[in-house]
Design a protein around this ligand. Sequence first.
Ligand SMILES: [Zn+2]
Length: 223
Amino acid sequence: MSKSVLVVAAHADDETLGCGATIRKHVNSGDRVSIIFMTDGVGSRLSDVDFISKRSRARDIAMKGLGVESIFQFNFPDNAMDSVPLLEIVKVVEDVIDKVRPQIIYTHFHGDVNVDHQICFDAVMTATRPVPNQCVKEIYGFEVLSSTEWQIKPDVAFAPQIYVDVSDCFEDKILALKAYHDEMRDSPHSRSFEHVKILGKHRGHIVGVKFAEAFLTYRILKS
Ligand SMILES: [Zn+2]
């Protein structure tokens, strides 16, 4: 049976870096994928309208490539989501959940160094409280290069337990990421195409497949 999947990302490109190939895999198997983008992703660096529309165009190209059905773009302040009351952010997540009724949510790892990522996680966990009739049955955290692996607190580590074999659709992730080339850096930067491929291979090789994306499980409710 086809499922509704929701990705909650702080910035356009986080979704592709974190779970782009898994999104494509869901779409290929007939699932409907929606994405929340919390910020325009450029505000703290550049207020120039041209740059914002450029990032939106990149987002739309990437979404088309991954087969995403609907996107919900919000304009919370980039790299300053901690200046907004958490309840406001929770509210928009709840509203989208009411609209698309997802069974599965992918969002940021709680320990990312980026404050917007941490707040997305907090908002998702609050919006999906396991009350009676909660439609969300599975919540997973993804890793975003140059945020997740840069966490240095010794008691906070991304230790995934779920691996998705994306050998057949890893190339779709790379193609979508090409739309965001302005956000990518040259190797040996952590957020380089080279490293995205290395990480995909590394996660794959851990479980004996060519390419994988790895996730932390926050909640699974089996029926
Ligand atoms: Zn981000």
